[in-house]
Design a binder for this molecule. Structure first.
Ligand code: GDP
Length: 346
């Protein structure tokens, strides 16, 4: 006798029209790296009925304000790209802020979206939700199969809670809330702070400053051996919009991508290739045109040894990345030079 799946859906969503250009779309976190790229891409594709709120206009951690906002605006679709994010140092130093702020934003937005019948929502997770020693490349099925990387455990647990919330809402309420797991993202609009940022913008800034100061040596944290996968944020935005459009819609052969089937509620978004941090440092150095040498500070943590996503599920929907790392680095540095004053440079 066949056993029913433990994760069998309780409710099936009704088939509805796909995302239309006239639909009202709320991009939560539109000033962040991903949110701003989403807005650029949505507008370029003709989706111009966007609802945007700055942090001053709407506090996404405030459950009542968020509910009132959804009731007033009634968006058709939501990209939940608002989050407290940061690199290995920030995550390791402020774990309480990372778990607290992210949980509150997720609870407010996910529940308000359900209560106001949002049609589709795409929740942005992170590749750090996967166990530290996941088999590489990491498949979506690796979720909750092992221990997390301690330096970003608090952030990862908040994001995992978001994924399980989306899954639970889909099962119990028949909503269409999907979670995407981006690999390490970078690009125009990134955070170039000295300590709180991720490795790629941090190194770009450090090489740039060293070039101007004429320093002989630039320090790279850790051993340089951990491997990371980098995806340009414009590719991330494009993949997210693509997934929202195809997800839970029947494809020409009648199959459904996503839907209330637990496994397809998570989709990895990666570039498909990774490099050691030492290699990345050399590429950033070349992009910036810095002539000095590299030194590795092994007193700084390496974090997880490797983080390469298996993006087969995404690629099977007909999407692939367009921006190579070399091109993306050049674009990011050009942006940094142009926007020096506005770039987040703490
Ligand atoms: P992670 O992918 O969550 O570990 O986040 P990061 O982007 O902060 O770090 C990736 C890897 O780059 C880790 O092994 C860091 O130790 C290494 N790394 C090297 N130099 C830097 C730096 O200047 N800033 C950051 N954030 N990481 C660095």
């Amino acid at each position: 006798m066949q056993r029913a799946s433990r994760l069998a859906p309780l409710l099936l969503p009704e088939p509805r029209d796909n995302v239309k250009q006239s639909d009202k779309i709320f991009v939560a976190g539109h000033r962040g790296l991903v949110g701003s790229a989403l807005v650029r891409r949505l507008l370029a594709l003709g989706f111009d009925n966007l609802v945007l709120r700055t942090r001053d206009e709407l506090d996404l951690e405030d459950i009542a304000s968020v509910r009132a906002f959804f009731e007033a605006e009634r968006p058709n679709h939501v990209f939940l790209a608002a989050a407290r994010v940061g690199g290995i140092f920030a995550n390791n130093t402020y774990p309480a802020d990372f778990i607290h702020d992210n949980l509150l934003v997720q609870i407010s937005v996910i529940e308000a979206a359900r209560a106001t019948n949002v049609d589709k929502m795409l929740f942005l997770g992170s590749s750090c939700i996967y166990p530290k020693f996941s088999e590489q490349p990491i498949r979506e099925e690796a979720l909750l199969t092992g221990e997390l990387e301690p330096t970003n455990e608090a952030y990862a647990v908040a994001k995992i809670a978001g994924i399980i919330m989306c899954r639970s809402y889909n099962r119990q309420h028949g909503t269409r809330f999907m979670s995407v797991m981006p690999t390490n993202l970078y690009g125009e609009g990134d955070n170039f702070e000295r300590t709180g940022s991720h490795v790629l913008p941090a190194l770009m800034r450090r090489f740039h400053d060293a070039k101007l100061a004429g320093d002989r040596e630039v320090v790279v944290w850790g051993t340089g051996t951990p491997r990371r996968e980098f995806l340009h944020v414009d590719d991330m935005a494009d993949a997210s919009i693509h997934l929202m459009r195809v997800w839970a819609e029947p494809s020409p052969d009648g199959s459904i991508v996503g839907g209330p089937n637990a496994i397809n509620e998570i989709v990895n978004v990666g570039y498909g290739d990774d490099i050691p941090i030492g290699e990345l440092a050399k590429m950033v150095k070349e992009t910036v045109g810095y002539q000095g040498t590299l030194a590795f500070d092994t007193t700084k943590p390496d974090g997880t040894p490797r983080k390469l996503l298996d993006s087969t599920r995404l690629h099977s929907t007909g999407w692939s990345p367009k921006v190579s790392l070399r091109e993306g680095l050049a674009r990011t540095y050009a942006w940094f030079l142009e926007n020096h004053d506005e770039a987040r440079l703490g």
